[in-house]
Ligand binder design. Sequence first.
Ligand code: ADP
Ligand code: MG
Length: 460
Amino acid sequence: MQPGVLWQTVLGEIELSVSHGNFVTWFKNTSLLKHENDLLVVGVPNIFIKQQLEKKYGDLIAQTLGKNGVKVATIEFKVAARTEKSKPAESPAPKQGETKPEAPAGNRTAQTNIGGGVGHSYRQGLNERYTFDNFVVGASNELAFAACQAVAQKSGTKYNPLFLYGGVGIGKTHLIQAVGNTVAARNPDSKVLYISTEQFVQEFVDALRFRKTAAFARHYRTADVLIVDDIQFIAGKEKMQEEFFHTFNALHQANKQIILSADKPPKDIPTLEDRLRSRFAGGMGIDMQIPDFETRCAIVQAKASSHESPLDNEVVEYLATSLHTNIRELEGALNQLLAYCEMRGLEPTLAIASSLLNVSKTRPKHLSAKQIIERTARHFQVPVEDIIGPKRDKDIVVPRQIAMYILRNELKLSFPKIAKELGRKDHTTAIHSVDKIDREIRSDINMRMAVSEIREHLYA
Ligand code: ADP
Ligand code: MG
C-alpha cells in the first residue's frame, strides 16, 4: 500500500473509533512521513499533539495498522514543519481524514414561555456548541468531566444534585450544558431546562409581577433535568430561595436530575438559607480548577484547529502562559490574534501575539457603554439614535446586536442593563443577541473582523 493511502485508511478507521473532537484535535493534521521495515514515522503539527499521541493513542494506531496487515515495531511521532497553511509537509493532506472544522453551533432552540402551553420546546437555554466532544480533559477537570458524563448517562439516581464549583471561565457552564445537550439528544422528549440564575430570578420576579407564579412553579417542577448556572446569584434573594427550595424538593423526590454551578462551594455562599445550603451539599460537589499548562495548550490547539489556522508551538505556549487564570480570556486572546492576522493576511507569530496581549494589558478601564455604542454605530455608519431607537431594519439590528455583545464582553454588564442601554424593554432580546453574535463570530470571518476592528478602535 502507498504510504499516503495507508495513512488515509488508518485515519479513516480511527475517525470512527474516537470522538469527533478528539479526532479533529489529535489526528486531523497528521501525516505519514516514513514507513520502512518495521519503523513508522508520523508527522504531527506540534509537540503537544506528539505527547498526547504517544501517551494515549500509540496502541490504537498500532492496532489499526495491524488490522490493515501492517506490523511495525516502532511508531515515532515527529514534529513536522509546515510549509503551507493547514497542510502537513512532505505528504499530501489525508483526504479521507480531513474533516470540516467543528460545525458552528446549531440553532439555539427557542426559549420556552413559562405561561405558554402549546408547541413547547423543552431545550430551554441549551446551546449546542457546548459538547463533551469539544471539551479538553486534563487533571484539573477530569473528575468534573467524569461526573458530568455519568449524570448524562444515568440522570437522577447518582450524584443528585451535581454541584460544580470553581472560578470564572474554567469550563463549568460548558460541562453542565454538555450534560443537557447529551440528555436532550438521546431523549428528545425529555424536558431538559438550562437557565442562568440571573435569568431565573428575572423570570421569577416577572412571574410575581404578573401573578404567574403557579405557571412558573409548574414549569420548573416538571423538568426531567434542571440545570441552574451560577447559583451563587441566588444569595440574598429570599423569596426566590424559598421557591427554589420547593422546586428542588419536588424534583429530588421524583428522582429528577438537578445540576448546579457556582463560583464557590455551598458552605461559602453568603446569605444562603441553611436548608438550601444543606440540599446543595447533599449530592456530589466537585471543585474545578483552572486547567494546567498542558491542558491549556491543548485547548488553544483545539480551538485554533476549528478556525483552520494551526498555530506554532511558541505561540500556543505563549498564550497558555500569559493567560493562566481564565479559559474564556484565553479563548478571547486567541480569537483576537486570529482575527488580527486574518484581516492582514499574516501568519500568527509570537511577536504579533505578544504585542496584541501587551496592548490589551494596558487597556484603559474607563470605557463607557456610550462609547461602545457610538463606536459601533460609527463602524457601520448608522446614526446612534437608530441603534437605540425602535427601527427593526437589518442594517440597524445587526449593529445593535454587536453593540450588545461588546457591552457584555467588555463591560460585563447584566442583560437587563444592556437592554436598557440600547433602549430595549425586554432583556431576553439582549440574551439572544449576545448569544447570536457569539455564535456568528465563530463561523463568520466578517463578523469576527467587524467586532475585532471595533474593539481595536475602542482601545486605540
Ligand atoms: P465558567 O462557566 O466556568 O465560567 P465556561 O464554561 O463558560 O466557564 O468556559 C469559558 C470558555 O472556555 C467557554 O467558551 C468554554 O467552551 C471554554 N472552555 C473552558 N474549559 C474548556 C475545556 N476544558 N475545553 C474546551 N473549552 C473549554
Ligand atoms: Mg459559567
